[in-house]
Design a protein around this ligand. Sequence first.
Ligand code: NAD
Length: 427
Amino acid sequence: MAIVGGGYVGLTTAACLSDLGNEVVVLDIDASKVEQLRRHRIHFYEPGLQEVVERNTRAGRLSFTTSYDEAIPGAEFAFLAVSTPEGEGGQADVSAVEKAARSIAEAMDGPLIVVNKSTVPIGTGDLVSEIVARHNEDHKAQVVSNPEFLREGSALQDFMNPDRVVIGAHERSVAELVAKLYEPLEAPILLTDIYTAEMIKYASNAFLATRISFINEIARIAERVNADVKVVAEGMGLDRRIGSHYLDAGIGYGGSCFPKDVKALAAIAEQYDYHPELLTAVIDINRDQRLVVVDKLEDCLGKLSGQVIGLLGLSFKPNTDDMREAPSIDIARILLARGANVRAYDPAAIEKARAILPEVDFLPDPYSVAEGADALIVVTEWNEFRNLDLVRIKRLMGRPVLIDGRNIYDPADMRERGFVYRGIGRN
Ligand code: NAD
């Protein structure tokens, strides 16, 4: 089988499917990534992936190419895992999917099942079928939607132990062939039509993003009425009808999926003459949530001009180096625009952040960031920030102001230690 796109989703899919005994070729148009992969070097940070890629490459089950003519002929399945970034007006940009579909068609030498893992607007599966039919009159491709639900940072674990596998196709027999590939995972498999499968992915991400914006709105209210949002979320989460996931108040969601997917779903709705009020509110609340930490900072420091502000964490969430739509980018840019000197540390994302935020000073550890700083902001809740030597941090800082954008510290404890502390949704 071929996996088209060797990024977070494609490479994880390839690593796991080859680990299950399949022969897998990963195809990426980026020659430098392919070259690195051939030398067992992965161009992004994902815990455990390196080992699985290396093991299966050495076993001869996993290989890498830039050539469709090498990857597609003879393959029974071609998975699509190319990027679908935010396009104009919030719509998903599916140009990479279209290009890949055309290249697949031109290389096909027999019938093929195209399994789409990219997150795409409803109807894109049909578009892929049309493109393949237009560019290959001799052989037919059946297109299946198989959205991916893995999370960066726990991608392997999520792929191998999914809550469910969703497979949508016009013909059930084709969906069943794809389902067979997932049988070893012993997970619930939902077979449905292709439009519903495509919609399940957007609806799932939009729902999770809604929970985050919901709890952030509750946080804003909690702060005003002297309630503690962390305990509120705990109290809510113990209700089995609600559950505790995705109820952490903070700086809001970021990353390569939630921001673009909620906007894409809203754009789809508008395209069909429906104004999605709830999704619009989710997007607006999330956009403003990034400013909350800056407001708190100004509240503590007064003017930001000339102040030294340290950011702890840059990636959009822990255990990844992914900087796509990371709240740290907006926060750093606002601080810089207001005249602050910004410095930062992240355990994995500094290399990627350097290219995006050239005016930020990147330092090798949290203590160097604290040295002489007027304030620190916890932007990403990496575990290593939970157990910092806070006595040392306070001693190093110019002023002991700590804005905890992820509520990882206890407010009473921090005040006892002499910090000027502000969390989110708790006083
Ligand atoms: P990515 O940017 O990490 O990887 C995409 C890869 O596709 C890149 O390496 C790129 O070079 C390659 N590519 C682009 N055009 C190509 C073409 N025509 N032929 C071959 N290769 C091509 O993206 P990702 O994060 O893996 O996301 C892929 C898709 O999966 C997106 O639609 C995304 O929304 C979805 N998704 C992502 C995640 C996640 O956590 N990252 C989770 C679930 C679903």
